[in-house]
Design a protein around this ligand. Structure first.
Ligand code: OTU
Length: 627
């Protein structure tokens, strides 16, 4: 860490460059920003001048923010808990698969509203590498929308229309790496030293070998190793993911600068939430796993301060697929003075709910719940069932003491079941990224419908059972406390993509099976409960409606795990007047309601006390009746 060189800048002088409202925020946050950046870059001889330059650019970005977004800033500063309400619901889709283009997505707004969605995550829509681009996660320009999806003006129009409809747009800020055809990479290959410094380039094979010793592979099989030889540079560039995704070097202050400004430009186009892709990987130190290093958190704290100064309506969302014990700091847990992201995916909860479903035993859920830290004010989990990536099993494997929370064998059984490898299985998933160490456990892919058995159900009873399993998992995501996220197609029970193209692409990277285009035939049936798609849509929709009426389901109401007699039953209290019970088994079960109180079932309106019957895979929500 830096020992402190040069004197602190005169923040009040620098504040003079900002418009009044932003100046006030700079005076509040400037010190936090300066401290974070000094820790990272203070040893640089030019640090003071660099910081001043950054402050100028921030002042400009803040000034250039359109008037309606400045109004949004004011409104959100006055009501900063807007994202914690029980009506907040997120939806995630690829723009092309959902609407064809950005303007096509705008035509889907009424559908999103019908579902109850007010946060929309569109997977990467900036100009991506030509050819393979990891579903857009290899970004060639932060300044330009992917031409096949539209023009920059279309993004402005989309965000304006979404905002009018009360929907906040989430965009990926793919900040760990850029595509090998981004101008920085092109210049680096052409010999530009200052651009080579944007990346981590190792010049001898021994160093590569040394670094690999402590690193893991994120895409074993599909993209083995963490380095890619680039003949033009006579060296190996760090590529954690695909060889065409070059990791950025955050030890270089210019990288931080460029990414921060890129983020603000997108914020000024109306992006309200940034999903910080692959956040744990931002900082490298050989000899470590290069995940979750302390400097990662300093970078995030600096980005947070920048957002607070220049675009305070904006939220940061951590994509950190790490065990829950390592997740807290991304939301500022345990660091009272430090703020990082506002929201973060709870991937351990997601994986644990699948493990519990397969095992018909909620041990994993109970453990993950126990390990989930209470969050500071104005922070929340994103709770979800599926996404465009795999269910990553290792997030469940260890606890703080390094003890296995779940034995690899048990997890292997769970994965095999979901991958349809056991005779009794209703699921049709696929293993992700084979080819790593023999026997290593990685992840499982598949659409929710394919994993809960909707896709293989024959007959009404099996379909109904599979639908119950789906509602159980989505129900947990709606109950746990956080922002529930629906993955496009799930609300219509859409199965895996079995197109020729998906099958071809999934041979290397089976995540492609869960990225189908929106099934418009299903979409057309969404209001018809007698149709397969409509049965899913209408039942999910009715739970969403019920959730909206329950203040106990706000993200910031404390959650407690309730004791239950049977291992397959999970119970969750929210506040002291709301309880939920989840039967993770295919047999009817009983749960004992807390205390002597009478409870009212929110669906049937029946009043109950004592033992609560649960049908197979049923979720029940109850509120305490007045004494
Ligand atoms: C993220 O993924 C994205 O969600 C993936 O779609 C991208 O391929 C990847 O980054 C590279 O941009 O890095 O911190 O195991 O869960 O790669 C977690 C697969 C990530 C993903 C993992 C994840």
């Amino acid at each position: 860490m830096h020992t402190g060189s040069g004197s602190a800048p005169k923040l009040s002088e620098l504040a003079g460059h900002f418009e009044p409202a932003a100046a006030a925020r700079f005076l509040q946050q400037g010190d936090t920003l300066h401290r974070a950046l000094q820790q990272l870059y203070g040893d640089d001889a030019n640090f003071a001048g660099w910081f001043e330059h950054l402050a100028h650019e921030l002042a400009q970005a803040a000034a250039q923010r359109p008037a309606n977004l400045k109004e949004l800033d004011t409104a959100r500063c006055a009501g900063p808990d807007w994202f914690l309400g029980q009506s907040v619901l997120a939806y995630c889709a690829y723009a092309d698969r959902f609407g064809g283009s950005l303007l096509g997505v705008a035509t889907r707004i009424p559908y999103l509203q019908e579902l109850g969605v007010n946060v929309l995550h569109l997977l990467p829509f900036l100009r991506a590498r030509a050819g393979d681009n990891d579903g857009g996660f290899a970004v060639s320009s932060f300044e330009e929308v992917q031409p096949s999806l539209g023009a920059n003006e279309d993004l402005d129009r989309l965000t304006a229309e979404l905002r009018r409809a009360g929907i906040s747009l989430v965009a990926d800020l793919v900040l760990n790496h850029v595509a090998d055809d981004h101008e920085w990479a092109i210049a680096a290959r052409a010999g530009d030293r200052s651009r080579q410094d944007f990346f981590h380039v190792l010049h001898d094979e021994t160093s590569v070998h040394q670094a690999e010793q402590s690193l893991e592979e994120v895409f074993p099989g599909a993209a083995p190793g963490n380095f890619t030889y680039v003949p033009q540079m006579g060296g190996w560039v760090w590529t954690t993911f695909y060889p065409y995704q070059w990791d950025l070097n955050y030890a270089n202050p210019q990288v931080f600068f460029q990414i921060a400004i890129a983020m603000l430009r997108l914020a000024n186009r109306g992006v309200e939430i940034f999903r910080l892709d692959s956040a744990p990987f931002l900082w490298k130190r050989t000899g470590t796993t290069c995940r979750n290093l302390p400097e990662v958190h300093t970078v995030l704290a600096a980005l947070r301060a920048i957002v607070e100064i220049c675009a305070p309506a904006v939220l940061l969302m951590a994509e950190a697929i790490v065990p829950v014990q390592e997740l807290g700091p991304y939301l500022g847990v345990g660091m009272p003075a430090r703020r990082e992201c506002h929201i973060a995916y709870h991937s351990s909860l997601m994986a644990a709910s699948w493990a519990s479903l397969v095992r018909e035993d909620c041990t994993a859920l109970r453990q993950v719940s126990a390990q989930t830290p209470p969050l500071p004010a104005l922070a929340a989990w994103v709770t979800y069932v599926r996404c465009h990536d795999d269910i990553v099993w290792p997030v469940l494997q260890t606890d703080e003491a390094g003890a296995a929370a779940w034995l690899p064998d048990e997890l292997r059984h769970v994965a095999a079941f979901l991958q349809g490898e056991s005779a009794s299985s209703y699921a049709r998933g696929r293993a992700s990224f084979g080819g790593g160490e023999p026997g290593a456990l990685h992840g499982t892919n598949g659409m929710t419908a394919a994993l809960v058995g909707l896709a293989t159900a024959s007959g009404a009873d099996e379909y109904a059972a599979a639908l119950q399993r789906m509602l159980l998992l989505y129900g947990l995501a709606m109950t746990f406390g956080g922002i529930p996220l629906i993955y496009m197609g799930d609300e219509l029970g859409q199965g895996n993509d079995d197109s020729e193209q998906a099958l071809r692409m999934s041979r290397l990277d089976s995540r492609w099976i869960q990225r189908p285009p929106m099934d418009t035939a299903r979409l057309a049936q969404h209001r018809d409960p007698a149709s397969a798609a409509g049965a899913v849509f209408t039942s999910l929709r009715s739970w969403i409606g019920l959730r909206q009426s329950q203040p106990a389901l706000r993200a910031d109401v404390p959650a407690t795990v309730l004791s239950t007699a049977h291992a397959a039953v999970f119970g969750l209290g929210r506040g002291d007047r709301f309880v939920a019970y989840f039967n993770f088994s295919g047999q009817a079960q009983l749960a004992r309601l807390p205390g002597r109180a009478r409870w009212r079932d929110l669906r049937s309106q029946q009043s109950c006390t004592g033992l609560l019957p649960l049908d197979p895979w049923q979720m029940r929500w109850l509120t305490r009746e007045p004494a």
